[in-house]
Structures are given as structure tokens and as C-alpha cells.
Design a binder for this molecule. Sequence first.
Ligand code: ZN
Length: 293
Amino acid sequence: MKDFMKRLVQVVVTILILVGLSYLFREGDPEKEVKPSKTSTNSLEIYYFDVGNADSTLIRYQDYNVLIDAGNTVDGVKLVPYLKELGIDHFDTVIATHAHEDHIGGMSRVVYNFPITHFYMPNHSSTWKSYDNLMKALEKQNVTLETPSIDQTFDLGDLHFTILWIGDSEDYNENSIVLKLNFLNTSYLFMADATGDVERQILEKDLSCDVIKIGHHGSKYSSVAPFLETVQPKYAVISVGKDNEYHYPHQVVLDKLEYLHVEVYRTDIHHTIHLTSNGEDITFDFIETDLNG
Ligand SMILES: [Zn+2]
């Protein structure tokens, strides 16, 4: 009996060590516990994260969380713990707008660390290593890649989303999922890296909005005049890296926005741009985050 007890203790200790080791070596940051979502508020919050010359945007309202893109691979290392600090414990919808590193680099880490109900992405493979990593992560975590169609809508409480564009082209930027959010009397456009060609093709849609996230980090090949004139935004957000090699945002885009009296916020100047709305008014504040890997 004494021997049996000794063996039992040995078996239990071995199991505990193995469980501990597997926990230590899993993907992500094991020391950070997932906290429950913060108390629900009736305000919409949008975080345009400062991930340098890349994209990542969080939309949260009550207990609904939506993530659009996850920055570069190095950004994901900082982004995931930051999302947990904000109290994010799941995503209702995650959108990988297109298969470029600066949008999906950090995405596999997101997939490993949060339960995801819907994962939307264009159905177009890529040779990027981060694309490979993302596909592996989705498979391991049993998350289905869904490819939405143009004009598809989805609702999360008072948040009404419409997919304005998704492509299937050799030019990944042209595949960018373009999203519109309507929240009570306010509306928001998320352009990802959509080109001027895409902007011209969606001109007939309801593009009016209060806040636009400018296409392709402020590139002059996006934000064409007829498009901006149709959108008539009050505010524009540009996700862009400081002193980046492409010289984004291009002056011609800034000039057009100034001409249209649009108030511009840039992640290279304002860092993480945090928007709050009660469905009528929109306010901005800025957070000095260090998410740029
Ligand atoms: Zn990009």
C-alpha cells in the first residue's frame, strides 16, 4: 500500500511538471492572465493603434470586440498583452483585410491568444511567412477562415457593419476588405490599403461618414479626389510610421484633406488614437503606447 501511494505521488508530480512545462512553452505570454472584459459601457470606443507603418484597429462596444488587422509580426508581441490589459478576452469578429505582413504579421499571435467567433479574410493566398503562420494558427485553434462578399452585413448590438469591398486580385492591396460601421447617428469607414481603383468602384455606395481611416497609410495612389469629396468626412485617421521609407502620408493627400476641412489625426504624431462616441458626439484622446515593434 505504501509503495502504491509512493507511485501515485510520483505519477501526480510527473503530470504536474508536464502540464507546467506545456504552459511555459505555449505561444504567447503565459504570465499575463486573461482578465474579464471591463464593465460594459454604452459608448463605442475605437483604438487606432500606433503600430508604425502598419495597421491595427480595435472596435469595442459593451461586450462586443472587433479587431481589424494586427500590425507587423514584431508588433503582435506588444499588441496581444496590450489587448489583454484593455480587458479584451475574446473577439466576436476579426478581420484580416489582406495578406500583407504589415496587416497580418501579428495576427497568428492574436489567434493563439483569444477565442474568435468569426474570422474574415480575402480568399487569396500569399507567400509571406506571416500568412503561413496565420493559416497554421487558424487550423490549430479550429477557427474557420470566412470570405465575406461585397454588401454582406453583420450586426453586434447597435453596431451595424457592411463590407463595402473585397477583391480577388494579384494585387493584394486591391483585395483589401473595406468596412463601414454605423453606430446610431455616427458612421466610420475603414479603408485598409484600398487603392484609388477600389475607391472609384465603390463610389455608388453610401460612403458618407464622420471618421475615415485613410487608405494605404496616406499613399497618393489612394484617397482620390472624387472619393474624398463623396465621403465628406469630419475626421481622418492615418496609420503611419515615423520617418517611413515610403514618405507616407503623401503631401497631396494631406492637401486634399485640408482643402475639405477634415481634421487629421496620425499615429506617427498622436500615437494610439482613441475615439469615443455615444452615437451622437465623437471625441478623441491620444495614448502614448509602445506597440510599434
Ligand atoms: Zn499596409
